[in-house]
Structure formats: C-alpha cells, structure tokens
Design a protein around this ligand. Structure first.
Ligand code: BTN
Length: 279
C-alpha cells in the first residue's frame, strides 16, 4: 500500500496539487487547503467559513483534536483520510442536507465495493465493514437568512494506526477497522479516484442536476435503504438521552433522514436521533 507516500509530506502535497488540477473547471475541489497537521479540518472551515469559497476542501495528514459525532473524539493519526468540504446551499425546499450527506455515504460504500470490500451504512452516516466502523461523517451547518453553509467532514481509516483508539476506548477494539486491515488493494491512485468520486457526487448535488433530488430523492433513498440493509428489518432503537428503548420494524426513511419504525401495535413512530441495533 503506497497511500502514505513513504510518509513524505512533500510527495503527498504534490499528489494533491496534481489532483486539484483535475478540478479546475469544477466548484467542488477547485481549491484545496493542505495541512501536515491541524486541530480539526472541520474547525478550520468553521472558523474561516466566510473567507473560503464554495467547494473548498481542507485536508490534513493528521488531526490533533479530530471531532466525531456527539462530541466524541475522532482519532486522526497519520495514514487516515481527514478532509472537510464547504458547500453553500440555498435554503429552498428541494435540498435536503441529510440526503447530501447520505450521497457521500453511498459514494464511500460504492468506492469500497470497487476495491473489493463489502460495506454498509449504519444510520445515520457511519460506514461499516463486517459491522466494524471504517468511516464517519460529521456535518456542521451554519444557517444564514437564505443560505446554509454546510461543512462536511469525512474521516476514513485507511492505514492509520488504530492502537491509540484502543487505549482510549478498549471496548472499541472489535468495533473499528481500517481499509488496510481489510484489503491490500488500496493504492495512491485509488485515493485520487475516491476524492474525485466524492467531489463529483457533491458537484451534482449542489448544481441540482441530480435527478435523484428532483424526484424527491426516491432513487437515492432506495440505494440508501439497500446499503443500510434496514428495510423491513427488526431493530431496537435506543434514545440515548432518556435511555428509553423501542423495538419494531423499519419501514422507510424520510427526506429529513428520520427513520419510520412500525411498532408491534401497528403504530408508526418517527425516530430522529439515537442508536439502532439490528435484531
Ligand atoms: C463520526 O463520529 O463518525 C464522524 C467522524 C468525522 C471525522 C472527520 S475527519 C475530518 C473532519 N474533521 C473533524 O474533526 N472531523 C471530521
């Protein structure tokens, strides 16, 4: 696996500079800001949201205080992929932030399938291989009167060490993985393919040329339901804050990303945030 460029920052930098040229006539990826090390690529974009242009990517070889969902830490040693993308959306009804992020999850799964890995989505936006997390997405939105500035942070374990994650969270040992653990098929040229795929996907979304969105996300939704393996599955839902649990069958997912679950009584509940476990 030559993804780490022999751990050479200049080579990595050069690689990305070359890749960026392929985005010269695009919005997403037209500008790439690179760091050897940074606190968090999301935080950088949040702090500079008004000065960087739409479609800017911030990418780092390492993050000192990488952020995960629910205020968790995202361990970010050298060898992983850590990037954030700024997109600006009009606050109109045709754009659903959940589905923009969902399309990224789908793209990551499709990419993993291309390198021979069978991945699935865990609601809302985790990517798992064999039930172990390999990638996560943290979106932070800034709302203005008629725009949404969306910062989409993507973290993928490629060949970063997972050791320090185990030290912090020993019980996670069987719950996380990296591409390197799963396959030897990943090369630097694949990194370029992955970045292009993610950017092309977002490019379609922000230019609203994507028929999935025009059709209220129906095709996108079908893909998501297939990759999440959730449709008609029995699950246990944990509300976390209250500790309340529910069991039922997943019927659908809404345009806001809520799950519709049918309880044994036949009543349908809408679940917006919490954790699910397949039964
Ligand atoms: C999760 O908890 O699943 C979300 C993880 C998101 C991590 C990425 S890495 C790049 C970006 N910068 C951050 O600090 N977090 C996101």
């Amino acid at each position: 696996m030559d993804f780490n460029f022999g751990n050479d920052y200049d080579k990595w930098n050069q690689f990305l500079t070359n890749w960026q040229k392929s985005r010269s006539n695009k919005i997403i990826g037209n500008k790439v800001i690179k760091f050897d090390s940074i606190n968090s690529t999301n935080t950088y974009l949040k702090n500079n949201s008004s000065s960087v242009k739409n479609g800017t990517i911030v990418i780092a070889r390492r993050q000192e205080t990488g952020k995960g969902q629910r205020n968790r830490k995202w361990n970010s040693d050298f060898g992983g992929l850590y990037l954030s993308i700024k997109i600006v959306l009009d606050r109109n009804e045709d754009l659903y932030p959940f589905w923009i992020v969902a399309s990224i999850s789908i793209s990551i799964c499709e990419f993993l399938s291309y390198i021979g890995l069978n991945a699935r989505i865990k609601w809302p936006n985790d990517i798992l291989i064999d039930n172990k997390k390999v990638a996560g997405i943290l979106t932070e939105n800034i709302f203005t009167e008629n725009k949404i500035i969306s910062i989409i942070g993507i973290g993928i374990n490629i060949n970063n060490s997972l050791q320090s994650i185990y030290v912090d969270f020993p019980k996670l040992e069987n719950e996380i993985t990296s591409i390197q653990i799963e396959t030897t098929n990943f090369r630097a040229s694949d990194l370029s393919k992955l970045l292009t795929k993610l950017c092309d996907e977002l490019e379609l979304k922000i230019q609203s040329k994507d028929p999935f969105l025009a059709k209220e996300g129906s095709l996108l939704k079908e893909k998501w339901l297939e990759l999440s393996r959730l449709k008609n599955k029995s699950i246990e839902f944990n509300y976390i804050e209250t500790g309340k649990k529910l069991t039922g069958k997943i019927k659908n997912i809404t345009k806001d990303g809520s799950l519709l679950i049918e309880l044994a009584s036949g009543e349908v509940n809408e679940l917006t945030s919490g954790e699910i476990k397949l039964l």
